[in-house]
Design a protein around this ligand. Structure first.
Ligand code: NAD
Length: 445
């Protein structure tokens, strides 16, 4: 059978592309070896946010007195939290299945490989001993947790990656987290809010090194005061079960924990592409242009496998751009990497978009979140921060960085301003509903 598009991988990039191309009436075959939804839905964004929400309910209940509420003998059941997580994931996976259930889309469950076909200008996907001819290929095979070469890490029963941590039926009494990046800090939040002793070990001078450091400092101060141990400039040199040996400027340090969660980044999945011998890679990720084209004709890639920005919403947008290019839809779209929002689901949340201060000499506006009435009403004892970065010459909004709940819910308004190149004068004409925390975006100017 011959298809317009063969998609390898059913994560946010894969299912978005399948939906878009099949809705346009093109025949699509999508190959997925596990469940539809990929890392994000099955072992990433959605399960972590579900568990984090349960943990936040428990944490808020145990800290309810500051809102005039007495909650006594509050407890939690981690097995029930896990069961709810499974239910949420199943529901969303079913939703994706339903979206792809149309006459133009075929979903094949299995591991696919791609090869050049004997027919000119067509690629062949092989899966479960069947061959599928495809005019276009979209590779969206995602990424896997990186295992650093630390002595004692392999086959260590105390070591978890994020997938194992999400799957655990029981909570440990203490956790050492290697890597203070996004995954590390979200799991630190989860475990801390459930009353577990947490140590974060980060090799760089700061946790969340890619984010606005003023915002990160607020988080770090709060977490350290709350009892999370955060070690920066600290490199793990070996692991012996739960004993973590680290090198610091002051010498060797030993930390003991029931479990060691290793979250030091992810690497592109390129298995199954071996027959594409000419395919170009850079540092293990597939090289793509602005239209998500690889160097091979009619072969596209989207999502984590491109090694650009490993976020589900980037993957989905890249997939839209790729399909738009395949369908030759005019005007051809490109992805605006300068306006990608990102959120770290700590408590308080961090949300950002656009440039950071060290990338450009810009005008910086800053204001505590407490200038929002709704924030004060709902965030007892918190200060938060909103920063807006303005181009000194054009007066356009270049970046926004926030800490304070629920900034994840309105960072999209800032993304919109950055994407559309709004000037301060234009942005000030936007009306924000009162009372909402989003008003801070206007107050800050
Ligand atoms: P990351 O790159 O965000 O952080 C890894 C951290 O580990 C870095 O701070 C790095 O300096 C540190 N590190 C590296 N080697 C180390 C070592 N040997 N010892 C100590 N520290 C070390 O990677 P991640 O947290 O694993 O996340 C993987 C990807 O998933 C990222 O691209 C992230 O953006 C994405 N993700 C996003 C979200 C979200 O959007 N909320 C949530 C989870 C994951």
């Amino acid at each position: 059978m011959r298809y317009f598009l063969g998609i390898i991988g059913g994560g946010p990039a894969g299912y978005t592309a399948a939906e878009k191309a099949s809705k346009a009436g093109q025949s699509v075959v999508l190959f997925e070896q596990n469940a539809l939804g990929g890392t994000c839905l099955n072992v990433g964004c959605i399960p972590t946010k579900t568990l984090l929400y349960s943990a936040k309910q428990y944490y808020n209940a145990t800290h309810a007195d500051k809102y005039g509420v007495a909650a006594e003998q509050v407890s939690f059941d981690y097995v029930k939290m896990q069961q709810r997580k499974t239910k949420v994931v199943r529901k969303l996976v079913a939703g994706i299945k339903a979206k792809l259930n149309n006459e133009f889309c075929t979903v094949v469950n299995g591991f696919a490989t791609v090869t050049p076909s004997s027919s000119e200008g067509v690629w062949q996907c092989l899966c479960n001993d069947e061959a599928y001819e495809c005019e276009n290929i979209l590779i969206c095979t995602g990424s896997t947790n990186f295992v650093p070469p630390i002595p004692g890490i392999q086959d260590n029963p105390c070591v978890w990656d994020s997938t194992a941590a999400l799957d655990a039926k029981e909570l440990p009494a203490s956790v050492a987290i290697v890597g203070g990046g996004v995954i590390g800090m979200e799991f630190a939040t989860l475990y801390h809010e459930l009353g577990i002793s947490v140590t974060v070990i980060e090799a760089m001078p700061t946790i969340l090194p890619n984010l606005d450091q003023e915002v990160v400092t607020i988080l770090r101060d709060k977490y350290e005061k709350a009892g999370i141990r955060i070690l920066t400039n600290t490199k793990v040199s070996r692991l012996d079960n739960g004993v973590v040996t680290c090198d610091t400027a002051e010498g060797t340090l030993t930390i003991e924990a029931d479990k060691v969660l290793v979250s030091v980044g992810r690497r592109a999945n390129i298995k199954g592409l071996e027959a594409l011998t000419e395919l170009e890679y850079n540092r293990g990720a597939i090289v793509v242009d602005d239209f998500m084209r690889t160097n091979l004709p009619n072969v596209y890639a989207a999502g984590d496998v491109t090694g650009k920005i490993m976020l589900a919403h980037v993957a989905a947008r890249q997939a839209e751009v790729a399909v738009c290019r395949m369908l030759k839809q005019i005007p051809l779209q490109r992805i605006a990497y300068n306006a990608i929002p990102s959120v770290v689901y700590t408590n308080p949340e961090i949300a950002s978009v656009g440039i950071t201060e060290n990338e450009m000499d810009c005008e910086v506006h800053r204001l505590p979140m407490t200038f929002s009435g709704r924030f004060v009403a709902e965030n007892e004892g918190e200060t938060g921060l909103c920063k807006m970065l303005i181009d000194k010459k054009t007066h356009s909004v270049m970046g926004v960085h926030m800490i304070g709940n629920p900034c994840s819910e309105f960072i999209a308004a800032a993304s919109f301003a950055v994407r559309m190149g709004y000037t301060v004068a234009e942005f000030q004409q936007v009306v924000f509903p009162h009372p909402t925390v989003s008003e801070i975006l206007k107050e800050v100017l």
